[in-house]
Design a protein around this ligand. Structure first.
Ligand SMILES: *Cc1c(COP(=O)(O)O)cnc(C)c1O
Length: 355
């Protein structure tokens, strides 16, 4: 038994279809560890949702999704000459520099198969993309319709903002200045991230000639946390008296209790610090700490045992973690499962169980 992500299948699927219904033109994003589920599993889910385009983070990730999903594949990392990008008609490249646009156009002219591209406009994120002037130049460079097939403009907006609308308005001015509003329907697609449903509705009404397509990862796959639970298995338990030594560094127990060995360690992404919890969890950890364990330098773990977030008895090991359960608390049996709070995008599960 292992560190397992349990998914309530009916509840998860109904959340996915809800998000799709609220976001017409949805482009599911799968990247990295596949938000904990694995890229291959999410690619199949995207096929099941029936969307026409799936976004991946990198060219290297394409191989994990392209046989499980047969629509268009938008690569979010911008094209570079050294990216190892395939000349695949299913792939939509993101382009944010004129020299890259020229290289792709050249490829299109020489092969007769025009690469599909979206032109990325730099946002306040300052990650990738054309400046306003660069976008106008890109508009001119692609105006003859030769070389590449422009399938719209990409905007990657920051997460924590009151409203994105004024920023998107400014960026849309640049899109219009680049002449992209005069092109065919595909060019008038705006691929966006991190907009609320209300912002999307406002933009759709304000720019009726354009189609806004939201790229969504986190709030799609992980948006209904109640459908997901992460559980670890109790592998061993050892009663200790105050002063007994344990662990890699021969620490001594600050008081009587149990060393509980549970599955999940650094190889799974279990870190020394638990993911930031809510106030009540902090308060609980603090009250445990007041019992004397803080003096022993114990650190809050992401594991919950008997309704309480427990402390690491020592830093997590590769495949297992040692917790300290003070005397007086009920100790789960070997084979029992305990809850674990994780950052899904940074956790490698041993198994994903979909009911
Ligand atoms: C990751 C990513 C997204 C999706 O972000 P979430 O916060 O997971 O929804 C959208 N667009 C780009 C360019 C990204 O890199």
């Amino acid at each position: 038994m292992a560190l397992t992500l349990h998914v309530n299948g009916d509840r998860w699927r109904s959340h996915l279809t809800d998000v799709l219904a609220r976001n017409p033109g949805l482009v599911p994003v799968v990247k990295g560890n596949g938000y904990g589920f694995g890229l291959h599993r999410l690619a199949r889910k995207a096929a099941w949702l029936g969307v026409d385009t799936l976004a991946v983070g990198t060219y290297d990730e394409l191989a994990q999704v392209d046989r499980r999903y047969d629509g268009s594949l938008l690569v979010l990392t911008p094209w570079r000459p050294f990216a190892g990008a395939p000349a695949d008609p299913r792939v939509i490249h993101t382009v944010g520099r004129l020299e890259d646009l020229e290289a792709l156009s050249e490829q299109g002219r020489s092969t007769g198969q025009r690469p599909r591209v979206v032109l990325e406009r730099m946002t306040s994120m300052l990650r990738h993309g054309f400046s306003a002037k660069g976008l106008r130049e890109a508009g001119r460079a692609t105006a003859d319709g030769h070389g590449v097939e422009v399938e719209g403009v990409a905007l990657h907006l920051p997460l924590a903002k009151i409203s994105h609308l004024s920023e998107v308005d400014r960026l849309m001015t640049d899109v219009v200045a680049a002449g992209l509003d005069k092109r065919g329907e595909a060019s008038r697609t705006i691929w966006v991230s991190h907009l609320t449903d209300a912002e999307l509705a406002t933009l759709a009404a304000r720019y009726p000639d354009f189609t806004f397509r939201p790229r969504i990862g986190t709030s799609l796959w992980l948006g209904d946390r109640g459908a997901l639970s992460v559980r670890s298995t109790v592998l061993d338990s050892h009663p200790v008296e105050r002063g007994d030594t344990y662990g890699y560094r021969g620490r001594s127990a600050p008081r009587a209790g149990t060393i509980l060995v549970v599955s999940g360690g650094t190889s799974h992404g279990i870190g020394l610090e638990a993911p930031t919890g809510d106030a009540t969890l902090k308060a609980r950890a603090a009250s445990i700490a007041r019992g004397g364990l803080d003096a022993a330098g114990f650190v809050r773990s992401p594991y919950t045992v008997g309704g309480k977030q427990r402390l690491f008895a020592e830093p997590p090991h590769m495949q297992a973690s040692m917790l300290f359960i003070p005397a007086g608390s009920a100790v789960p049996a070997v084979g029992d499962e305990v809850e674990c709070r994780v950052r899904f995008t940074a956790t490698t599960f041993d198994a994903v169980e979909l009911s």
